[in-house]
Design a protein around this ligand. Structure first.
Ligand code: CU
Length: 685
C-alpha cells in the first residue's frame, strides 16, 4: 500500500522553501502568458476591471462549509435566451469521507479546499452546474477571491514538475468555460478581480470547467485546488433535459506529505462523487425495468475504471471535457466497466431487471477502500455486524442503488452442475501470504495449495450452476462474480447485496456459502474476492469465469486465457497467469485462437500488446466484459490495447506464419520505461 501517499498535509511555504515574492509571482504569470501565446491559447479577458479587492488571507475557522452539489439545479439566471452567472473561486471547508476518520471521532474531519460558489452562495463541490439549451448566449463572470499565497500543496512525486509551487499564484486560470466552442480557452482572473467570458453555446454535449491558481496540467492537479471544477451541459436545441438523467462529477484530492513534517490530524487523501464519498454518497432507488441514464465526468487526475454490478450497461458516448462523441445506435458496446482517463467523460444507460441492492464503483482498489485502515480490534465488530461492514469496508467512489421488488422473483430450476470452489491460503518462503482458489473434485479427499489465478470456472449459457464457496482461509471472505447477471444476494458485496430479506454474508473461516448462477450470455468474466481487496485480491483471489454456448465444449488448445493480476508496486508484482516470467506458449500457423484477457489487478492502467518482429500483429476484437461487441466494432486491428482492472477483452487471432510473437503487459505510466513489464513468448509453429 502506498500509505505514504495517502496523507495530505497543508504545506506551508516554509516547508518547501521561501515563499515566492511578488516579483516571483509576476515572473510565473509572465511565463504562463508566454506559454499561452506559444501554444496559441486564446485568452479572453472581456472585463478585467478590478471590481474588488482581494480578500484577506482568511483563516479556516472563518471559512464556511462547502456543500455537496448533486447537479440537479442549474446555476445562474436565464432571461430572454441569455444566461447570466456570477461565479466566485474562494476557500471552503470540505467535510467528507467519514470512513477516513478515526472511527471513534464523533465529528468528521474537515479539509480546507478551494472551490467555486455562485456569488452570494456557499462553495459547492463540484462547482455550480451550468446547463443551457443549444443557442443560449452565456455570460459568466468569475471573481478570484483566493487569498494570496494560499497553500495548495504539491502533487505527488512523479506527477510533479520542476519548479512547481505549493502555494497559489496570483492568477486563477479557468479552463473549459466556453464549452464545446473554444477547447483551449483559458480565462485568466487576477487575484481580487473579476473577468468575464461570453459565448454562444452552439455545441450540445457534456463538458466541464476547471481551474487552478497554478500552472499545473490536469494530470498534476491533485491539491487544495482540485475541487475547482463543475459540469457544463448543453442540451440539443428543442430537446428538453431529461429530468431523470443524473450527472456525476468525480473529484479527488491527493498530496504528498512534507517528508520533514508530521501529517496534520485528519488531513487525508479523499475522493468524491458529487462532493460525497461512500457511505455518504447519494442512494438511488429504481424500479425493475426502468431505464437509467447517467453522465460521468472525471474532473480528477487519476484513471477510474467504473464498474456496474449485476448488469451490463450501454456506453452511449465519450468525451474529453471539451468535446463529446455520441456513438450511433449500432456502435454502442454493452460493458460492465469503462475506464475513465483523467479529464474524460462518458454517458451510459442501463436497465435494472432484477431487484436487490447493487453498486456502481471505481474498480481501482485504492479508490474504494478507507484511506486509513482500521486496526483489527476496530474491525471485529463489523465482521459480526455484516451491514456495518458494508458501510465501513468501502469508501470513496461508490454509489449504491436499490432496485425495488417486482411481483415474482424468478424461480431457479435444479442445477445442471455443482462446483465447490475452495478459498485457500499458504505462506511463501519469504513470509508473504498467498491466497487463491482450488476446485474440489467430488472424488478428491483433500485439496492442496492455492492456485493463482484460480482455476477457470466453466459454465453454460442458460444453465444453472450451483457454486459452493468454501472458506479455508484464516479470515472471512466473500466472492464477487464480476460481470455476471445474477440474483443480488449472490453478488458478493457482503452486508449490501440482498434479495428480499436474504443478505450476502461474509463467509467465516471454515464456513461456506452457495450461490446459483444461470448466465444469460456466453463470454469471459471474472471471479474475485470482495473482502479486503487491497490484500486478498492482490494476493491471488482472482480467477477466470468462462460461459460457453450450449453444446460447446471448452477447447483449451484454441481458447487461451491470460489473467493479469497483482499490483505495480509491493509484495505481489504484476503477473500473467500467476507468472512474472510466463512460460512459452505454443500455437500453430493457420489456426484460429480465441485469446481471452482478464485484467484484475490492484488497478493500474496497463498497455497490452502482441508483437512480432517489433510491430503489432493483427487480430479481431470480438467481445468486451463478456458481451459480444456490436458488429461494426468487431474489426480487425493492431494487437494492442489499454486495459485496466475489472475488464475482460476477447480477440480472435490467426497467426499466419511461424515465429515468436511477444505478449507484453507494461505499466510505464507509473514507472521507468521497462521497469514493470511481463513478457510472454507465443511461439507459432
Ligand atoms: Cu478510481
Amino acid at each position: 500500500m502506498k500509505n505514504t501517499l495517502l496523507y495530505l498535509t497543508l504545506l506551508t511555504a516554509s516547508t518547501v522553501g521561501p515563499p515566492l515574492g511578488a516579483s516571483g509571482r509576476r515572473l510565473m504569470r509572465r511565463s504562463w502568458l508566454v506559454l499561452a501565446l506559444m501554444i496559441g491559447v486564446s485568452v479572453t479577458l472581456v472585463g478585467c476591471t478590478g471590481l474588488s479587492t482581494p480578500t484577506t488571507a482568511s483563516r479556516s475557522s472563518e471559512v464556511a462549509l462547502a456543500v455537496p452539489n448533486d447537479n440537479r439545479t442549474p446555476a445562474g439566471t436565464l432571461r430572454s435566451g441569455v444566461l447570466e452567472l456570477d461565479l466566485e473561486a474562494r476557500p471552503g471547508r470540505w467535510e467528507g469521507e467519514k470512513s477516513d476518520l478515526d472511527p471513534d471521532a464523533s465529528s468528521p474531519t474537515i479539509v480546507d479546499v478551494l472551490g467555486f460558489a455562485e456569488e452570494g452562495g456557499p462553495v459547492t463541490i463540484p462547482g455550480p452546474l451550468i446547463r443551457v439549451a443549444q443557442g443560449t448566449e452565456v455570460r459568466i463572470r468569475v471573481r478570484n477571491s483566493i487569498p494570496d499565497s494560499y497553500p495548495i500543496g504539491l502533487p505527488i512525486p512523479g506527477l510533479r514538475e520542476e519548479g512547481m509551487s505549493s502555494v497559489a499564484d496570483d492568477v486563477l486560470l479557468v479552463r473549459g468555460l466556453r464549452a464545446g466552442t473554444a477547447p483551449d480557452d483559458v480565462l485568466e482572473v487576477p487575484g481580487g478581480e473579476v473577468a468575464e467570458v461570453r459565448y454562444r453555446a452552439e455545441v450540445p454535449g457534456t463538458f466541464y470547467y476547471w481551474a487552478t491558481p497554478s500552472s499545473r496540467p490536469i494530470t498534476a492537479w491533485t491539491g487544495r485546488d482540485a475541487q475547482l471544477a463543475g459540469a457544463i451541459i448543453v442540451d440539443p436545441q428543442g430537446a428538453a433535459p431529461d429530468p431523470e438523467e443524473r450527472i456525476f462529477v468525480i473529484t479527488m484530492l491527493d498530496q504528498f506529505p512534507d517528508p520533514n513534517a508530521p501529517a496534520p490530524q485528519g488531513e487525508y487523501f479523499r475522493r468524491a462523487i458529487n462532493g460525497r464519498s461512500w457511505p455518504d454518497t447519494e442512494r438511488f432507488e429504481y424500479a425493475v425495468g426502468e431505464t437509467v441514464r447517467w453522465r460521468w465526468i472525471n474532473a480528477s487526475f487519476e484513471f477510474h475504471p467504473m464498474h456496474l454490478h449485476g448488469f451490463h450497461y450501454r456506453l452511449l458516448g465519450r468525451g474529453d471535457g471539451t468535446s463529446e462523441t455520441l456513438f450511433p445506435e449500432e456502435a454502442r458496446p454493452l460493458i460492465v466497466t469503462e475506464t475513465m482517463t483523467p479529464g474524460s467523460t462518458f454517458r451510459m444507460e442501463w436497465v435494472p431487471i432484477r431487484a436487490g441492492n447493487w453498486i456502481f464503483h471505481c474498480h481501482l482498489l485504492d479508490h474504494i477502500v478507507p484511506a486509513v485502515e482500521r486496526d483489527e480490534a476496530e474491525r471485529e465488530h463489523d465482521l459480526m455486524d455484516v451491514e456495518q461492514h458494508a458501510l465501513d469496508a468501502m469508501a470513496g467512489l461508490v454509489v449504491g442503488m436499490t432496485v425495488t421488488e417486482n411481483e415474482q422473483a424468478e424461480a431457479m430450476e435444479p442445477p445442471h452442475q455443482r462446483l465447490r470452489l475452495v478459498a485457500l491460503e499458504a505462506n511463501n518462503d519469504d513470509g508473504t501470504v498467498v491466497r487463491g482458489f482450488g476446485l474440489e473434485e467430488p472424488e478428491a479427499e483433500t485439496i492442496g495449495t492455492p492456485s493463482v489465478p484460480g482455476p477457470p470456472l466453466l459454465l453454460t449459457r442458460g444453465e444453472t450452476t450451483e457454486i459452493a464457496v468454501v472458506n479455508r482461509l484464516s479470515e472471512p471472505t466473500t466472492i464477487h462474480w464480476h460481470g455476471l447477471e445474477l440474483e443480488s444476494v449472490f453478488d458478493g458485496v457482503a452486508g449490501w447485496s440482498r434479495t428480499r430479506s436474504r443478505i450476502a454474508p461474509l463467509i467465516a473461516p471454515g464456513d461456506s456459502f452457495t450461490v446459483r448462477i444461470k448466465p444469460p450470455r456466453a463470454g469471459t468474466f471474472i471471479y474475485h474476492t470482495h473482502m479486503d481487496e487491497t490484500d486478498q485480491l492482490v494476493q491471488g483471489m482472482i480467477g477466470p469465469f468462462l460461459v460457453l454456448e450450449p453444446g460447446e465444449e471448452y477447447d483449451p488448445e484454441h481458447d487461451r486465457v491470460f489473467v493479469i493480476g497483482g499490483q505495480v508496486e509491493g509484495d505481489y508484482p504484476v503477473t500473467v497467469n500467476g507468472y512474472r516470467e510466463p512460460p512459452v506458449m505454443r500455437f500453430r500457423a493457420g489456426e484460429t485462437y480465441r485469446l481471452r484477457f482478464v485484467h484484475i489487478t490492484m488497478g493500474q492502467a496497463a498497455d497490452v500488446a502482441l508483437t512480432m518482429s517489433g510491430s503489432p500483429v493483427k487480430w479481431r476484437a470480438v467481445a468486451k466484459d463478456g458481451a459480444e461487441l456490436p458488429e461494426v466494432l468487431r474489426r480487425e486491428g493492431d494487437a494492442e490495447f489499454m486495459s485496466n482492472t475489472g475488464q475482460t477483452f476477447d480477440f480472435m487471432w490467426t497467426p499466419t506464419e511461424p515465429g515468436d510473437a511477444t505478449l507484453s503487459v507494461t505499466h510505464e505510466r507509473f514507472l521507468q520505461p521497462g521497469e514493470d513489464v511481463v513478457r510472454q513468448t507465443l511461439r507459432v509453429q
